[in-house]
Structures are given as C-alpha cells and as structure tokens.
Design a protein around this ligand. Structure first.
Ligand code: COA
Length: 198
C-alpha cells in the first residue's frame, strides 16, 4: 500500500489529486526508505555543482534532523539500472526526484528539492512540493520557506509559479560566496484551496 501521502500521477489514465499536468511518465510519491539514501545523494550530486551539492554527511544530517521528513518520487515504469528498488508490480522502479523538508514550530522549511534531469517538466517537482506541503500542514505549519541561489533562474521560476514570493536576499548564503533568495509561501492559502476542493 502507498504511504498516507502517496500520490499517483498516471498520465493517460488519471491524475493525482491537485495535479494540473499532462504527465508523460507515471510516478508515485512515497516516504523515504533507508536503502534510497545513496541514490538520493547521487541525484543531489547531479543536480547541483560542487559549491551547492551536499556531502553524504550533510545530506544525512538534514534528513535526520528533528522535524525533518523526506519524500521520494518514483517512476512506476521501472528501471533496469536500479534492480534493487522494486515497484508495486515487482518491476524495478526508478527514483526520479526527492524532497527534504522540516517543520520548526509553525514554520515549514524546504531543505532541498531535486528532480533528475530526464524527468523535469513532467510535474515531478510540483507533486513533491504538494506532498510536502500536505505534510507541513498536518504538522500545523502556517508558512513554508526555502532558499535558492540568486542565479538558479529555473528554480526561481518554478517556485514563483508555485505561489512563493521573494522575502529577501541573503548575502553570501552559500559557501560564504553566493547570495540566496529567501522565498516564502503562505500555507493558509493552500489549506483554503484544499478545503474548497472538498
Ligand atoms: C527546479 C526543479 C525542482 C523543477 O522540477 P520539475 O519537476 O521540472 O518541475 P515541474 O515539472 O513540476 O514544473 C512546474 C512548472 O514550473 C515552471 N518551470 C519548471 N522548470 C522550468 C524551466 N526550466 N523553465 C521555466 N519554467 C520552469 C513551469 O511553469 C512548470 O510548468 P510547465 O512545465 O507546465 O510550464 C528541477 O528543475 C530541478 O530539480 N532542478 C535542479 C535542482 C534545483 O535547482 N532544485 C531547486 C533548488 S532550490
């Protein structure tokens, strides 16, 4: 059985709740399992340059922090390159992205969001954000914030279309060199939308 936050996006057959995408690749979102760690770390290495990518220790630290949770997007088509991970039908499944988030009192925080290059623009990042926001709402978060490099225009566009606004620029946030944008979203709006849809 999928976890309580599992979302299915099965293009052609249906959509996961709230999905506005005509997704090409069917995928499911589930809770992180320990055996995923090495794959997630490799995805992070591929998503970010050396200045931004986490070491194994850093990623493990953030994933284990109190209040932190990690969700994984997995293609339900299977991936012969990762035979150790099986999907529900028993076929190998491929991890296409993940998100690490946390709640600190009533504030949610996205620690990282990573989608493999070949799965981008298919709704995976949006689905991971939706699933994480649902979890944050359950944990009574009122707002959610994140940091993104000022030069990551793709991420800035992605977050803006998802309802985030720039609160401030944080000078030299990354490695004491690169500035970050602190972006924030009001989760009350998400909650109201969910209630409206029920
Ligand atoms: C940013 C990222 C997570 C987006 O994930 P994704 O799965 O491609 O996003 P989605 O498919 O859900 O895109 C949703 C919308 O965001 C916007 N968007 C996403 N990527 C975009 C791009 N390259 N250019 C312009 N708009 C983009 C679009 O409006 C898109 O909707 P559309 O495809 O219908 O036009 C992904 O590009 C990624 O992992 N990048 C590398 C790691 C990274 O930068 N993470 C964020 C760190 S702060």
């Amino acid at each position: 059985m999928p976890g309580r936050n599992a979302l299915m996006c099965t293009s052609g057959n249906g959509r996961f709740p709230g999905c506005s995408y005509n997704c090409v690749v069917p995928f499911a979102i589930r809770n992180f399992k320990k055996k995923d760690f090495e794959t997630l770390w490799k995805i992070d290495q591929a998503c970010f340059d050396s200045q931004l990518a986490y070491t194994r220790e850093e990623l493990a630290f953030y994933m284990r922090r109190p209040g932190s949770f990690s969700l994984v997007a997995e293609s339900t088509l299977g991936d012969p390159a990762s035979p150790d991970v099986q999907n529900k039908a028993g076929a190998p499944a491929k991890i296409t992205g993940f998100i690490v988030a946390e709640t600190i009192r009533s504030a949610g925080h996205i620690i990282t969001l990573d989608v493999v290059a070949e799965a981008r623009r298919t709704g995976v990042g949006s689905a991971l954000m939706r699933a994480a926001e649902t979890r944050l709402l359950e944990a009574k978060a009122i707002t959610v914030s994140l940091e993104t490099p000022v030069n990551n225009l793709t991420a800035i566009r992605f977050y803006k279309q998802d309802g985030y606004f720039v609160e401030e620029t944080v000078p030299k946030y990354y490695s004491d060199q690169l500035d970050a944008l602190l972006m924030v979203k009001d989760l009350k709006l998400v909650k109201d939308l969910k209630l409206g849809a029920e």
